[in-house]
Every structure is written in structure tokens, then in C-alpha cells.
Design a protein around this ligand. Structure first.
Ligand code: XMP
Length: 319
């Protein structure tokens, strides 16, 4: 029987042998895969590791804080956080087309990452969280379709032109094995069980033009949705749960007056493979709490709707 204990020890040995005394860069995204790669490298070659986190201003509430805390306090890693919110928002100004948003974000991410990586002296290797399904989906080729999705959107895939030698220690693992490995390496459950989050982040959940003000409302609403689902003990059994800020205004009443404010969609799905998905049949009292809190606490939102579409024909994200 395949034992994860052996895997971790063997991976640590292999990394040490390959890296020697060189320095390794690892991009952190806030997601499970990159966190597990970083934890494995921290164990193998600790002081020779530099992690880079690009804060594009499109992350979930407190996401950056959780990752920074873990990798500075627990793993004591050399961590560079690139504060790039303004750069991303400037590039996104006036842009409404979803694929264009993705391209801008993917491109700017690479620029930011490259700039920061250039400051790391003697860096020879780049560690990435490529998993086994990424390898097969791309037909085993680094230029296949799945690789190109990751290339543009994820820390999991940076272009070859960066000039580093790649280290991909999770290439033989499935997601559930990556989670178990992460727990074994001491990562907190909060990071291990975090729902997947798209590379372009909140930009594709803020329909239409992305602005700092809309992102603020979306981030607050999203935190309420996720917080209430966690409080109800339903987070782990839901595959993805998030808020989508709609570019639709509707009439509401507040006290004696009428409001004309944004609508917010709540999207929760259950899925095994993210290729097909069913909407989550959440308890009505939970939906009711989410709605009440969002309308009371998030400025600019006066209506909450629940998305009851399955994939296909709908997709999980709205953009
Ligand atoms: P859809 O919306 O296509 O989403 O049903 C399927 C899964 O993919 C995620 N997703 C993305 N992930 N970059 C990513 O890294 C993207 O541009 C992107 N678009 C969608 C989505 O969150 C879901 O898990």
C-alpha cells in the first residue's frame, strides 16, 4: 500500500539532492497546492526558500493574512508580499469583457512575479504546485490545454521565459493526497480545506467593470456567505460557495424611503470534478441568515438572490 509518510520523506530527499545549495522561489496563491509545495520545500531546504505572494487586490477577505501568518510565523519562510492592488485596478479600469479581464490579470501577474523574482539573488529553481490531473489533462505536455489555462491564471503555471528550472513535487498526486500531505506537514485545516478560488479572483465575480468600491462590497458579502456556511458546519461538504456582485440595480425600501441599489447572487455548488456541478440545496434558514446579514451589513446591496442553476448548462462562475 502506498504510504504518504514515505512520500514526504522521499520527496524531501529528492529536493535536497537536486537543489544542493541553490535558492528556490515558490509562488504562493492562498490555495492548497502552492501552500503544500511551500511547506514541503520549507521542510526540505528551509533557509534556501523564498516565497512570493502577489496581492493583486482581488483576493478574498483576510486571505493574504492567513497565508502570511502561516509562512512567517510557523514555517519562518523568507516571504515577499507584492502589494499590487493599484497596478491591477489601473489596468482593469473600464474593462468589462470577462476574457479580457482574465488576460490582463494573468499578464500583470507575470510582470509582478518576474520583477520580484529578479530581486532574489542566486535563484535557480522555481517550485510549482502541478498535480497529476494537470499533467494528464495537458496530455503529459507542458504546452497542452490545461497547462495553458494554468499559465494565464494560476501561480501553478509561470512561463518558461522566466528562466528557472522547475521543481514540481506534487506531479504524481491527486488533490486528496495533496490535502493529506499538507496536514502531515503541519498546515492548518483552514488552508487545507479552503475552497478552490480562480486565478483572476474576485474580478470574475464582480460582473462588468471592476472598481475598488465594488470589490469592497463583494469581499464583505463573500465573507458573510462563507462565514455563515462554516458556522452551519456545511463548508467541507460544499465544493464552492461565494458571492457574485451583479451589475443590476433594483428598487428597495429602507425606512420611509426607496433605495436603488445592487443585487448580489449567492452561488454554492457540489461537485466531484468541477466539470459538472449541482447547486447546493442549503437549508432555508441558512439562506435567510445570509440574506439578512448581507443586506444589513453590506453598503450598496439591497437584494440577495440564490443561484439554482446546475452545470451544465450554467457554469460555476458567472463570468
Ligand atoms: P466554471 O465557471 O468554468 O468553473 O464552471 C470551473 C472551475 O474553474 C474555476 N475557474 C477558474 N480557475 N482561472 C482559474 O484558475 C480561471 O480563470 C477560472 N475560471 C473558472 C472555477 O472557480 C471552478 O472551480
Amino acid at each position: 500500500q502506498w504510504r504518504l509518510g514515505d512520500f514526504a520523506d522521499e520527496a524531501v530527499d529528492a529536493i535536497r539532492q537536486r537543489v544542493g545549495t541553490s535558492r528556490v522561489i515558490c509562488g504562493l496563491s492562498g490555495g492548497v497546492d502552492s501552500a503544500v509545495v511551500a511547506a514541503l520545500l520549507a521542510k526540505a531546504i528551509g533557509p534556501q526558500l523564498t516565497c512570493i505572494l502577489v496581492d493583486n487586490g482581488l483576493l478574498r477577505k483576510d486571505e493574504e493574512i492567513a497565508v502570511v501568518r502561516e509562512f512567517t510565523e510557523h514555517f519562518k519562510t523568507d516571504l515577499h508580499v507584492v502589494k499590487a492592488e493599484e497596478r491591477f485596478l489601473a489596468k482593469l479600469a473600464g474593462v468589462t469583457e470577462p476574457q479580457t479581464k482574465r488576460k490582463i490579470i494573468g499578464g500583470e501577474f507575470i510582470v509582478c512575479f518576474r520583477e520580484e523574482a529578479a530581486k532574489v539573488e542566486d535563484a535557480r529553481f522555481l517550485a510549482q504546485g502541478t498535480l497529476y490531473p494537470d499533467v494528464i489533462e495537458s496530455g503529459g505536455s507542458p504546452d497542452g490545454p490545461a497547462a495553458s489555462i494554468k499559465l494565464h491564471h494560476n501561480v501553478g503555471g509561470l512561463p518558461k521565459e522566466l528562466g528557472f528550472e522547475l521543481i514540481e513535487p506534487l506531479r504524481d498526486l491527486f488533490k486528496d493526497e495533496v490535502r493529506r500531505l499538507g496536514l502531515q506537514l503541519g498546515l492548518p485545516e483552514e488552508i487545507i480545506w479552503r475552497h478552490p478560488f480562480p486565478g483572476p479572483g474576485l474580478a470574475v465575480r464582480c460582473l462588468g467593470e471592476v472598481t475598488a468600491e465594488k470589490l469592497h462590497a463583494l469581499r464583505e458579502a463573500d465573507a458573510i456567505v462563507v462565514g455563515e456556511i462554516k458556522a452551519a458546519g456545511l463548508y467541507r461538504q460544499t465544493s464552492q460557495a461565494f458571492a457574485v456582485l451583479l451589475p443590476v440595480q433594483s428598487v428597495g425600501v429602507m425606512g420611509d424611503g426607496r433605495t436603488y441599489e445592487n443585487a448580489l447572487a449567492v452561488r454554492c455548488v457540489n461537485t466531484d470534478d468541477f466539470m459538472t456541478a449541482d447547486w447546493s440545496h442549503l437549508p432555508h434558514d441558512l439562506l435567510s441568515r445570509i440574506s439578512t446579514r448581507v443586506i444589513n451589513e453590506v453598503k450598496g446591496v439591497n437584494r440577495v438572490v440564490y443561484d439554482i442553476s446546475s452545470k451544465p448548462p450554467a457554469t460555476i462562475e458567472w463570468e
